[in-house]
Write a protein that binds this ligand. Structure first.
Ligand code: HSE
Length: 331
């Protein structure tokens, strides 16, 4: 065992969980992300005598057991590499988030895998190295972007200023912010949805996006949910991806008519989200969105929820210090 792993030999097995989220939050393509309360992916990591990473449970029959293709295993391997650790690992995945659903599921698996591995090693990596490890994993399976990863690791609403070097800013969450998530019965691979993005955009669209992203950041600091929702007006990714998403345009119209402040695609889709500040309106919006997807021939589940402020958590049961409460995995 290397120096790094010696710190935590008492731990045989660690479980970490991480929330899903909404990438982009509308106009902030690859820049803003928020963690969403509720469903989480959970990864357990244990020492193994043989070198390399064995995926004992991929978490879903459609996910690969090949460690070179499973996002949690890729993130665990990246943590081992950065920590200079060589020991073998076994990994078990429990998926709480949908596959290719636009709810940050692969980012959540990567984050939980990275955090569990880091905890097993005695937490040698800090936040930036954990983000970089998850980014390695996401780049291999879904594209090089950090919006879902940063929100899943840190919780809350997070702005990604740059990838090189990695710099992220955690923004305040408006107290009244309620999210409605609609998940139509469709799968869309992020790599496919990213291929639909335009290589070039007009100056008018850039100006429009900058104004709206700036307004969203201002709304976070002032707690203005209506402004936050109004600013969800994306002229780059949404028009390019909407043709891949049956029912989305009608669901958006229905949600706005039911009183949502703003609606867009969650991450790369197919899920959609709406911003509201009133519980009754939230349920009316959820009903309206589901009806629109059903009318388009797609079954749809909805959730009324809020921003998750915890981010990644290490499961207390498997943590090496039994008296310690659940703790964030990053230093
Ligand atoms: N920012 C990413 C995208 C989120 O829109 O492609 C998807 O994971």
């Amino acid at each position: 065992m290397t120096q790094a792993t010696k710190a935590n030999e008492s731990a045989r097995r660690i479980t970490a969980s991480a929330p899903g989220g909404i990438g982009n939050i509308g106009p902030a393509l690859d820049v803003l992300g928020c963690a969403v309360a509720g469903a989480r992916d959970e990864i357990t990591i244990a020492w193994r005598d043989e070198p390399g990473i064995e995926v004992a449970d991929a978490g879903h029959p459609d996910l690969p057991r090949d460690a070179a293709r499973h996002t949690a295993a890729l993130a665990a391997a990246a943590v081992m590499r950065r920590a200079g650790a060589k020991h073998g690992l076994t990994l078990w995945c429990r998926k709480g988030l949908p596959l290719s659903g636009g709810q940050g599921g692969s980012a959540a698996s990567a984050v939980a895998g990275a955090v569990a591995t880091n905890a097993l090693l005695g937490n040698p990596l800090g936040t930036e190295a954990l983000l970089a490890s998850c980014l390695d994993a996401e780049s291999a399976v879904a594209g090089r972007h950090l919006d879902n990863i940063a929100a899943s690791l840190l919780g809350g609403i997070v702005l990604v200023r740059t990838l090189d070097p990695i710099e992220v800013v955690r923004l305040p969450v408006p107290a009244g912010l309620i999210l409605v998530l609609a998940q139509p019965a469709q799968r869309l691979l992020t790599v496919v949805a990213r291929r639909a993005l335009p290589e070039q955009v007009s100056r008018a669209d850039v100006v429009h996006q900058i104004g709206n992203v700036g307004a969203m950041v201002a709304a976070c600091y002032t707690g203005d949910v209506a402004l936050f929702g109004r600013a969800i007006d994306d002229r780059i990714a949404e028009p390019a991806r909407a043709p891949l998403l049956p029912g989305f345009v009608a669901a958006k119209r229905a949600a706005l008519d039911a009183g949502a402040y703003g609606v867009s695609i969650s991450g790369a889709g197919p899920s959609a989200f709406a911003v509201v500040s009133d519980d009754l309106i939230a349920h009316a919006v959820a009903t309206a969105m589901r009806a629109a997807y059903l009318a388009a021939g797609l079954e749809c589940t909805t959730r009324v929820t809020r921003v998750d402020s915890d981010g990644a958590l290490v499961n207390q049961d498997n943590f090496p210090h039994p008296g310690e409460a659940s703790s964030r995995g990053a230093k």
